[in-house]
Design a protein around this ligand. Structure first.
Ligand SMILES: *Cc1c(COP(=O)(O)O)cnc(C)c1O
Length: 361
């Protein structure tokens, strides 16, 4: 068996140590004689797994006590509807910052429930930078300000926390949660699909300040209601138990093997810096994003001659470097270098890029 380096944007690489642990426990979890996949979600064993996962996540992010952690389903895309459904029951308007493909999707979905106010929009510069703070203008009746901390497809990341006064910040953190420490207390709602930087697909994490749990619209389906999820410990119905368990193993790995989010951030910064340097130091590779807003997680790049894209991808794969094609909507290349992508993978990619340039540039 050879594991190759996987630069997929999502579902993405998982830490090898986590996969090995899951493999070892696959048939018989801690002497109980059954797999986690076969356990009742109400069993004492699974409830212990679920609670440990939540505690480790709380420890990693230092989640304050007045925040609930919800383990939901439906992906980040369902949150695009759940946010307005749960937060606009008392009126007001959802305010949105538009910085790329994912925030556009969030806006389109929210428009089904309210007119929304576009607080800032950087489409005019082809989403190559985030708006400056003074370019974010809230409506007087703002119920929340939604932004996307890391645009996974464009490779665009906020380098500062938008300020919205008393208006709660709602953040789609699908592709950069747990990449670095953050102050949960600055946010009203944080949400993230698991399959980028947390665990396998099927689980969606929501972290919500508890005073925001009681302003859902009447029409909100029970399965999409944050209050109902919170009151039922995220087990209103059968949760995605195995994804929850695996995410718990990832939290444990971050805490006890990596050594916490400060450490993780150091490694992530080093990985991203060397890859962007390799791009900037060549005239063959390019990246259009404003330097301060370049994503540490998703690094899109183009070749000087797009006709070579196919050859690049083929040769990369032959060299054990998988899933480097850019998103189907933008083309080019994209290396997703999430927490679980080891620094050696980035080194191998940089070496391959230099070699490819020498032979084809
Ligand atoms: C992947 C992604 C989504 C969509 O996630 P799903 O879980 O597939 O719905 C939304 N927002 C961001 C920032 C993403 O990276």
């Amino acid at each position: 068996m050879t594991r190759k380096y996987n630069f997929c944007a999502g579902p993405a690489a998982l830490p090898e140590a986590v996969l090995l642990k899951a493999q070892a426990e696959m048939l018989d979890w801690q002497g109980r004689g059954l797999s986690v996949m076969e356990m009742s979600h109400r069993s004492e064993a699974f409830v212990a797994i679920a609670e440990q996962a939540e505690q480790d996540l709380r420890d990693l992010l230092q989640v304050p006590d007045n925040y609930k952690v919800l383990f939901m389903q439906g992906g980040a895309s369902s949150q695009f509807a759940m946010v307005p459904l749960n937060l606009l029951g008392k009126g007001g308007t959802g305010n949105y910052v538009k910085t790329g493909v994912w925030s556009k999707k969030a806006i389109a979905e929210a428009k089904r429930y309210n007119p929304i106010h576009l607080a800032a929009d950087t489409e005019g510069n082809s989403f190559t930078s985030v708006p400056a703070q003074n370019e974010i203008v809230l409506s007087d009746d703002a119920s929340y300000l939604h932004f996307t901390s890391n645009e996974t497809i464009g490779g665009l990341q906020f380098d500062y926390l938008p300020e919205a006064g008393d208006v709660p910040l709602v953040c789609d953190m699908s592709s950069d949660i747990l990449a670095a420490p953050l102050n949960v207390g600055d946010y009203g709602v944080i949400y993230a699909g698991a399959q980028k930087n947390i665990g396998p697909a099927g689980l969606t994490l929501v972290i919500i300040r508890d005073d925001l749990l009681d302003q859902a619209m009447e029409i909100t389906p029970s399965m999409m209601n944050y209050r109902i999820a919170a009151d039922n410990d995220s087990m209103y119905n059968t949760p995605p138990t195995y994804a929850w368990y695996l995410s718990g193993l990832v939290f444990d790995w971050l805490k006890n093997e990596v050594g916490g989010l400060e450490k993780m951030a150091e490694i992530n910064t080093r990985k991203a810096n060397k890859l962007y340097s390799a791009i900037d130091n060549s005239s063959f590779y390019g990246n259009p994003i404003a330097v301060a807003n370049r994503s540490q997680m998703n690094v899109p790049f183009t070749l000087a001659d797009a006709a070579l894209d196919k050859v690049f991808l083929q040769e990369a794969e032959q060299n054990g470097l998988l899933n480097l094609a850019g998103h189907r909507s933008v083309g080019g290349m994209r290396a997703s270098i999430y927490n679980a992508v080891p620094e050696q993978a980035v080194d191998a990619l940089i070496a391959f890029m230099a070699d490819f340039e020498q032979r084809h540039g």
